[in-house]
Design a protein around this ligand. Sequence first.
Ligand code: V47
Ligand code: SF4
Length: 390
Amino acid sequence: MIQTISDPNNILHSVADYQLKHIGEKVLNQERISFDEGVALFEKGSLSYLGALANYVREQKHGNKTYFNRNFHIEPTNICVFSCKFCSYSRLYAHKEEGWELSINDMLNIVKKYDGVPVTEVHIVGGVHPKMNLQFFTELFKAIKAHRPDLHIKAFTPVELDYIFSKAKVSYAEGMKILHEAGHDSLPGGGAEIFHPEIRTQICADKVDADGWLAIHKTAHQLGMHSNATMLYGHIEKYWHRVDHMERLRQLQDETGGFNTFIPLKFRNKDNDMSNVPESTVVEDLKMYAVARLYMDNFPHLKAYWPMLGRKNAQLTLNFGVDDIDGTIDDSTKIYSMAGSEEQSPSMNTAELVTLIKQVKRQPVERDTLYNVIKDYSEVTLTELDPSMN
Ligand code: V47
Ligand code: SF4
């Protein structure tokens, strides 16, 4: 073990506020915190107190383990029928010459680039193209699985799924079953944004609403598929909207147990219709991760997505509840570079990811999408790592 586990007795001494102390006691006794207590943590909790509590929970659940996976992204298109105000990435169908559209063959060729490379997952998500329908994606999944049956396909948010199922005139259950049988293994967490209609109608009025998002994840869980959940924070929402969002997810997780990971996504403001909204500070980001770890007690994992946060901040989050920093990625996603992330060509190989985790005295563990351990790197020294490995 590289680092000592935090001592719970020291944590409560640092806080004078009665309510915060009481919440801290509940956390240390593994009792669930309420909606109002979640809001109080955001409003009154100091960064050091929230961090100490969240780190305690993180170490109780996972010790020093910090998970990552070896994956690549395919973004089939950035043409989108919707017009989310925070999106810097999409182009309307009317301006499709400014965007890209990949054919099944193009996407299969991307998969083939990884022949012989030990990636375990392909993450497929993009805009909602009016001509890419249920049949198109069924064929895509079958083609990928025919070429590489062991590759886990994590694809599509309820935004795409709700659109393609309603165009195909099938129910969520029928549509999910068709895709699952074609090779669709799990759902990423996107499209959740902020569930509460007071905010959702201002930032992404025309896409699937909270009930639809939750119903599609529930349908996937009922088919035995796992999924992730995100929250786009740090724009026009209030703290209670964040807690409302987490509360809805926590309730569904109580029912199905199908979520793996919660991923808070920091709003980036470059080149979109919300560029006038300032971005959150790093202190606010770390508080967000910490409160998420404390509130989402039934979510096994909390992920910081490094291409969006940047590498240094991703390292910091590992002391604020985070136990997962996503994957190797390989410069295959544009969604954050177009929104202003410091990571303009996000790409990190395994040696770099392991180094990043070891530098902050955590234990790097390569996982697959479902968190089965592929390799524990704790005994591998930095000099033993091959810098050219993918
Ligand atoms: O739903 C779009 C977000 C999401 C911006 O499940 C933005 O493993 C910040 O869901 N600023 C899609 N965020 C990406 C996503 C995801 C990413 C990594 C891993 C996983 C996973 C899922 O990206 C969208 C939206 O919330 N987004 N624009 C922006 N300007
Ligand atoms: Fe389309 Fe997704 Fe961008 Fe919204 S966030 S406009 S659904 S690509």
